[in-house]
Design a binder for this molecule. Structure first.
Ligand SMILES: Cc1ncc(COP(=O)(O)OP(=O)(O)O)c(N)n1
Ligand code: TZP
Ligand code: MG
Length: 215
């Protein structure tokens, strides 16, 4: 069981998740990083192994230049090959033990808990580095993702690990999610479908900073 948060997950902020394949992937990610994203996930559900390998490798060096951890969705082998900081695992992916054996003790292993506090406790005890909760709101990126409550998110934030909230987040609805205690807000479409990715990322990032009217 983890006793301290992973050293690269000690902050709070925006966790940008890519929506590729797209021709301007690197420019889009550069814009998100310039806007203040603190974590980046490469999420590409295609089976084009060569393109995925090339893109993940390029993103690994881009993220290293910005000192932002790169997390690979689903694919431990790709994370290992590209020297990414870690991997995100869902219920259909390999176990934490398998990922840890491949990537080592310093890797960031994040897991989806959906709305299940029971799964979250189990994942914590299996050495997860962060707990993902959501969808918090209906998501166009993942329309069948069940929506969980802010109350569950609040309870998840008592479990001693960083909590990532995901799903349908926009700059206009993310405030209560942050107030419920989320350490990171993970966003796909409200960043990468925006005409100004840098400004969109900055709007989310600013929600973690000073609150107008509150001293
Ligand atoms: C930060 C974060 N949280 C949740 C997910 C969803 O993972 P999963 O349930 O495995 O679904 P896919 O993203 O693989 O479709 C995520 N990727 N990142
Ligand atoms: C991968 C995932 N898991 C739950 S919702 C979601 C998609 C999030 O995308 P968006 O920010 O566009 O709703
Ligand atoms: Mg997955």
């Amino acid at each position: 069981m983890a006793t301290l948060p992973h050293p690269r997950l000690s902050g709070k902020g925006v966790y940008a998740i890519t929506d590729g394949p797209r021709d301007d992937l690197f420019a889009a990610v550069e814009a998100a990083l310039a806007g203040g994203a603190r974590l980046l996930q490469y999420r590409d559900k295609t089976t084009d192994a060569a393109r995925r390998r090339q893109e993940a490798a390029e993103l690994a060096s881009l993220c290293a230049r910005h000192d932002v951890p790169l997390i690979i969705n689903d694919d431990v082998v790709l994370a290992k090959e590209t020297g990414a900081a870690g991997v995100h695992l869902g219920v259909q992916d390999v176990s934490i033990a398998e990922a840890r054996a491949a990537l080592g003790p310093g890797a960031i292993i994040g897991v989806s808990c959906y709305g299940s506090l029971e799964r979250a406790r189990q994942m914590r005890d299996e050495s997860a580095d962060y707990l993902g909760f959501g969808a918090m709101y209906p998501s166009t990126t993942k329309p069948h993702a069940p929506v969980t409550t802010h109350d569950v998110l609040t309870q998840a934030c008592q479990l001693g690990l960083p909590v990532v909230a995901i799903g349908g987040l926009t700059p206009d609805n993310a405030r209560p999610v942050i107030d419920a205690g989320a350490d990171y807000i993970a966003v796909v479409s409200a960043l990468f479908a925006s005409p100004d990715i840098q400004a969109a990322t900055r709007r989310f990032a600013d929600l973690f900073d000073a609150r107008p009217g509150i001293l």
